[in-house]
Write a protein that binds this ligand. Sequence first.
Ligand code: NAD
Length: 355
Amino acid sequence: MVKNIAVIRGDGIGPEIVDQALKVLDKVAELYGHTFNYTDVDMGGCAIDKYGDPLPEHELKKCVESDSVLLGAVGGNKWNDVPGHMRPEKGLLRLRAGMGVYSNNRPAKIWPQLSDASPLKKEIVDKGIDFIIVRELIGGIYFGEHKTEGDVATDVLTYSESEIERIGRIGFETAQKRNKKLCSVEKSNVLDSSRLWKKVMHRLAEEYPEVELSDMLVDNCAMQIVKNPAQFDVIVTENMFGDILSDEASMITGSIGMIPSSSLGATTCGLYEPIHGSAPDIAGMDVANPIGTILSAAMMLRFSFDMPCEADTIENAVSAYLDAGYRTADIMSEGGTLVGCRQCGELIIQNLRKG
Ligand code: NAD
């Protein structure tokens, strides 16, 4: 199969981690007889430097016309003082909206080899951590009106029934393929948008009788994720709540550097990226963990290219690498062998076996 992938290396550690994922994809292509063509896209701080714009229209076009997009990360201190509408992160919001990827899917799963890296108590970790957060990605407060007038700043939070319904369906369908438990997270004791959210979720529940729907307030959910993460199978929530909860969920699995994500809309053209940022504190030092990006590439193969064996091949190689005791600095523990970013990529490639 021939697939055209738009590649956004971005800023900070972005180029280092994306290069490892591309090397892995090249080896998978060789093993399975595919061709992956890459088109470089400038987005974020590097695009501000080059074009004065975090995502110029011509760069967005390359993404929309691709079969899928692989992204490292954008942002950094250098661009902290640019005006809000020009910030690197604006490029990311524009990319998500431009691609129409309304559903962000972030697994929170602990690798057994890394159970010691979780900050939670062993007895909590031993009960298992394996859930998915389905986050609405192109609505809500991040996309509402933002304004500052004098000493008053305003950000508007709006959701329509149709926006809630389409992400709700993804939540139910994801739960249907897993353990059939869906937890809808909102703040319906305070927010009108959350009351609408809850109403739509319960209406949808009638169409998915085999899925058990529960409601949880977001503040309670933040607490439950650290108290008893084993209770969750799939969480569906709005944009900002999902942003915050998914970072919390990633942390309990050990390292932010391990977690991939997929964002999809109405087509198979998806956006795949690790959940962390550009980590300017370690950029260019060859110490970043590229696994979140490598696993994002695996998700691309599974969800956008319908290549489940190829995706398994990558995930099995990551598991074999961890079994052998190799660790980048962020997940290093006693007895492990410390490796850098590039070496991590190379060791994972050595473990790629055709299934
Ligand atoms: P961050 O995720 O970049 O870093 C937080 C901490 O985790 C840092 O100590 C960093 O060294 C570490 N870390 C992150 N990824 C790692 C990896 N792969 N391996 C090892 N350690 C890793 O968050 P931040 O410091 O709050 O943000 C830095 C910049 O990234 C900011 O400009 C922010 O706006 C941007 N950002 C971008 C994205 C994105 O591109 N999707 C997401 C979040 C933040």
